[in-house]
Ligand binder design. Structure first.
Ligand code: XMP
Length: 328
């Protein structure tokens, strides 16, 4: 695999081109890894999922996947990772339930940057703890893609590499980055050719700090649950209404204030749920998706009746700029 994307490289836009890339990669991965073991942090996002599927094909049980549940994942995500990778593809998968560890550390922390920092640090700690328990692992696989490398070269963001890991762990591993010369749409094409489920390959972007940034201020378990449940309803309704895969990103936010409502003739004092659905090509500028009126009514009804703690639904119709996509 070249270190950089060759200038004349043909864009992988068809199943046949994806198959050819996969065949080439399998040969290279087997030559690089031999009979050694490889470790991978498998979030269930597109990039790490495609890397996992490639490595399972290339080296089977020599791959050790670690899936960390930090409590900020969407409804059904840990279950899908286990079902696809362990049950269907037969991967060697370590599932780490770190929910209490993360949520305890985050309790009472309201500053957005501090929240992000804690989530990032804690993730590295949990992963490093798992890595230390394993013997004879020489390689660390990562879902680095070509835009990550371009952005880190341009100083826009540091691309997630072994640099984040403590020295005793980082120095043990050689990196394996089988999709690093691919653009996102090419990674998706390769994922489809590898037989990953469509809802995994075509997933909308999801921030590393997960639902944590959609539960603004200090995260509490009950408000986080309201974010998770309302997000699940929104995703279900978008799928039913043919909007999945058409709208670039859509999610709910449950802010930390309450307002008065009425239910079954009794006063309520609960949170609002904000719905945000947006489109973009470059993420620098974002426009709002205008939803059909019936869908809006239906979402309001479902969320206020099915999600505990919500008595009001608001729609965020603000483009970027002036607002960012996420609230924190
Ligand atoms: P903003 O809020 O900056 O978001 O307009 C732009 C896009 O980036 C995603 N996002 C993140 N992704 N880690 C990520 O991996 C993060 O910390 C993060 N913050 C924002 C966001 O969901 C949107 O698609």
């Amino acid at each position: 695999m070249p270190d950089r994307r060759p200038e004349n490289m043909e864009r992988i836009t068809t199943p046949a081109l994806a198959e050819a890339f996969i065949e080439e990669q399998l040969k290279e991965l087997r030559a690089q890894i031999g009979d050694k073991k490889v470790l991978l942090a498998l979030s269930g996002g597109v990039d790490s999922s495609v890397v996992a599927a490639l490595l399972i094909k290339a080296v089977g049980q020599q791959l050790v996947c670690v899936h960390v549940n930090h409590g900020l994942l969407r409804k059904g995500e840990p279950e899908q990772v286990i079902s696809v990778f362990r049950d269907t593809l037969g991967a060697n998968l370590i599932y780490v339930d770190a929910v209490d560890r993360f949520l305890d550390k985050l309790a009472g922390i309201s500053d957005p940057e501090q929240k992000r920092h804690i989530i990032g640090e804690e993730f590295i700690d949990v992963f490093a703890d798992e890595a230390r328990k394993l013997d004879g692992v020489d390689f660390l696989a990562q879902g680095t893609i070509w835009p990550d490398i371009l952005e880190s070269e341009g100083g826009i963001k540091a691309h997630h590499n072994a640099g984040g890991l403590p020295e005793d762990i980082a120095s043990r591993f050689e990196l394996v980055e089988p999709v690093k010369i691919l653009f996102k749409d090419e990674v998706r094409e390769v994922g489809r050719a590898l037989g990953l489920p469509a809802n995994m390959v075509d997933r909308q972007p999801f921030p590393g700090p997960g639902l944590g940034v959609r539960c603004p201020g200090a995260i509490t378990r009950d408000r986080l649950e309201a974010v998770r449940e309302s997000d699940a309803i929104l995703r279900e309704e978008f799928a039913k209404n043919g909007l999945e895969g058409k709208v670039w990103q859509y999610f709910t936010v449950v802010p930390d204030f309450k307002s008065t409502g009425v239910k079954d003739g009794k006063r309520t004092f609960d949170w609002p749920c904000i719905i945000r659905a947006i489109n973009t090509t470059d993420v620098m500028e974002v426009t709002v998706e205008h939803l059909p009126a019936e869908l809006i009514d239906h979402l309001v009804r479902r969320i206020t009746t099915e999600v505990p703690g919500i008595n009001r639904v608001l729609f965020d119709y603000t483009p970027k700029p002036p607002a960012t996509v996420e609230y924190e």
